[in-house]
Design a protein around this ligand. Sequence first.
Ligand code: SAH
Length: 369
Amino acid sequence: MSDGEPTDTATIQKRPLFGATADEARAWLAAVGHKPYRLKQIHQWAFHRRPKSFADMTDLPLDLRNKLDAEWDLFATRVAYRGVADDGTDKLLLRCRDGRNVECVLMADGPRRTVCVSTQVGCAMGCVFCASGLKGVERSLTAAETFDQVLQAQQLLPPGESVTHIVVMGMGESLANLDNLLVALDRVCSPDDGLGMSQRRVTISTVGLPAKIRKLAEQDRQYRLAVSLHAPTEELRDQLVPVNEKIGLTAVMEAADDYFRATGRRVTYEYVMLGGVNDRPRHATALGRLLKGRKAHVNLIPYNPVAGLPFVRPEPEDVRRFQATVQDFGVAVTVRRTKGRAIDAACGQLRRRYESAAEGAAAVVAIDS
Ligand code: SAH
């Protein structure tokens, strides 16, 4: 693992060009006396090349480059910290214009280049094993800040490589910020104003907000839905996922079934395995019964330890047995490999460590201690 790269921590004053809509950017180009087709060139830089500044955009006239530099920034965020793990996982802490930090992770797996994006600073859901919600939610991210994470991650890839998949599994409750998320994902998937990614390669993970799941289903999009279940019974889910007390497991399952009916897309159920808490054979049997007959896919996620929380990772043998038991009910089950553990690549962990260690100081974090 490398040392973190200290980076610029100055606050951002100018507007982010790559976060501007095509209409905004074209209106500005017209106002400064340049042709609309310049936007195509700028987008080429934004989405397919690796510009560090407007000065890099040498196919634009010098006058335009200077005007751009005077009025715009490239990105909506700045890289406050970058950590690289041995397995190639890159974790970015991105500083928003108001000084708040968000996490974004780039993972390489075979030909896949997956970016895990955040939707909020903090989280209001309060899942008891998760670092993101320990201090509640500060605010939702704008569409530009959400889209920016994908662009910033893309900058880390060698020229010629592109982000191939997106998982909305970073900090925050994705569907609590659905409107902005949809704008950001539309840009990611737009062949003209974005990366042209297939909607089928985008997964949105949610704690399970039924009304929002249905709203997402009505969007006529092909996004994959992942529901963070974590428990097969009301009682246990109430303990692990406190918002369940108001929502209820049955309502979550009904909304997920509706999503499948509306989109034809098989729903993934995420299940964080907490040693001794929800990884016992009886939990596996109950989960198998719950999902039996549904077009479902279970993703078991061995708990990633969070400092100060009382949970432990499950024993590998328990994970295998759990998987086999659920599979016996005819349900597809995969176990998520832990990536980037040494760089705190689980929801909210990097930001938490960074902010408690640095508390306003420069980006000096003993991240591999
Ligand atoms: N709020 C959304 C998306 C963010 S969390 C949701 O609840 O799905 C993305 C996934 O990571 C969720 O399944 C979440 O429960 C899981 N997760 C959170 N903290 C974790 C930890 N410490 N170890 C393993 N998985 C964790």
